[in-house]
Design a binder for this molecule. Structure first.
Ligand SMILES: NC(=O)C1=CN([C@@H]2O[C@H](COP(=O)(O)OP(=O)(O)OC[C@H]3O[C@@H](n4cnc5c(N)ncnc54)[C@H](OP(=O)(O)O)[C@@H]3O)[C@@H](O)[C@H]2O)C=CC1
Ligand SMILES: O=C(CO)COP(=O)(O)O
Length: 354
């Protein structure tokens, strides 16, 4: 039987589209494809770039991303590219959706093609292993003086947003953060639509830390469910996880208020409870006794929390921030600790005041 494809339902051409001639979405996984689909469905000329020639050929031929976001036909205004120069040249907005482990290399290659005055948005939720930097810190470092010479704006898109639900046009609320609120407000109009409501913010560090660290707590929540624990345990992990994320965020310069927003508690709840989460599913499999190497071998998609656990563990030691849940997830992922022993160690810590 032939499967019916959905054409980015509920995103119609908007009358209030701001003047952007071209948007480049860099990274053709599920999230990049969903973002590019939404933008083009609302009437903006959008180019989606991916690094894998064979995969990109399939996208062109099928007008669908069968590997990462099956079932959604590309809108007419979406074009597909393997050439980074072609994709980025002339783009007013460049949205980076390459996973954190490949982000720096792709961005460095992209810099010469960035248009003067362009807005560069990171939609990625991870902390780089080698530098322990967030993605906008990586971009700042790569750009150096080109950031001001080219008059570029850096920003972050974050919030509870499973790619599949966004592609289906189910109501989704996210936040875009820029140093300057006016720049965030411009991007609110670029990305926003009736079904994709965008809030503006200025605390980029808070958005990036909450986005990256919720993935680690989602692994912990998956482990808890995999071990057969109940809803009490999951609620406790979300609550104490948020306390850890906030402690680290504040130590890194974030505003604590951000952690009670969409990118904070919003995305944490989604990822810890939603079965579409790849990070939660890694935890579930660990909880029922599978080995991490086997889980990763069988996964086609990225679970950013696995690598980010390593980065945040380094940050925890460097910055002397107390993060007991993160520490146990690290022990399970990287030191082969038994999940049940990690739980016992967490529950028998010295008694505390909340
Ligand atoms: N999916 C979602 O619902 C959401 C994801 N995010 C975030 O978006 C980011 C991207 O994730 P997502 O799209 O889901 O990932 P997917 O697993 O769906 O796809 C990953 C994509 O990245 C490509 N890729 C892998 N390595 C590199 C590299 N070194 N250079 C360039 N491209 C590379 C893959 O190509 P190939 O396989 O062909 O090598 C593939 O196209 C992550 O940080 C994630 O946390 C944020 C919000 C929602
Ligand atoms: O960040 C996400 C939704 O907001 C997606 O989470 P996963 O990467 O765990 O699937």
């Amino acid at each position: 039987m032939m499967k019916v494809k959905v054409n980015f339902k509920n995103y119609s051409v908007q009358m209030n589209n701001p003047i952007v001639n071209k948007i480049a979405v860099i990274g053709a996984g599920s999230w990049g494809t969903a973002i590019a689909g939404v933008l083009s469905a609302k009437g903006l000329k959008t180019v989606l770039w991916g690094h894998n020639d064979k995969h990109i050929e399939d996208l062109k031929k099928d007008r669908e991303n069968k590997k990462y976001l099956p079932g959604f036909e590309f809108p007419q205004l979406l074009s597909i590219e393997t050439d980074l120069k072609e994709a980025a040249t002339g783009a007013d907005v460049v949205c980076m959706v390459v996973p954190s482990h490949g982000y720096r290399k792709v961005f460095e290659t992209l810099i010469p093609y960035l248009k003067t005055g362009a807005s560069v948005v990171s939609a990625v939720k991870g902390i780089e292993n080698s530098s322990l930097m967030t993605m906008t810190q990586v971009m700042r470092q790569c750009l150096g003086s080109a950031l001001t010479a080219k008059n570029l704006t850096l920003s972050v898109l974050s919030g509870p947003s499973f790619a599949k639900e966004v592609a289906l046009g189910l109501p989704t609320l996210v936040t875009i953060g820029c140093d300057n609120l006016e720049d965030a407000q411009f991007l609110q109009n670029v990305f926003g639509s009736e079904r994709f409501r965008v809030y503006a913010a200025q605390d980029m560090m808070g958005l990036e830390v909450s986005a990256a660290l919720k993935n680690i707590i989602a692994i912990a929540a998956g482990i808890s469910d995999g071990l057969g624990f109940g809803l009490n345990s999951r609620a406790a992990l979300i609550t104490r996880g948020l306390a850890e994320i906030t402690r680290m965020g504040v130590a890194m310069g974030a505003d604590p208020v951000t952690f009670s927003g969409l990118s904070g508690i919003g995305d944490l709840v989604l990822t810890c409870t939603g079965d579409l989460s790849r990070n939660r599913s890694v935890g579930l499999k660990l909880g029922v006794g599978m080995k991490l190497s086997q889980i990763l071998d069988e996964m086609e998609m990225v679970a950013e929390g696995v690598k980010t656990t390593q980065s945040v563990h380094d940050l925890m030691l460097q910055m002397e921030v107390e993060m007991p849940i993160l520490d146990q997830v690290y022990q399970i992922l990287y030191k082969g600790k038994e999940c049940s022993k990690a739980v016992t160690d967490l529950l028998t810590r010295e008694l505390r005041v909340e």
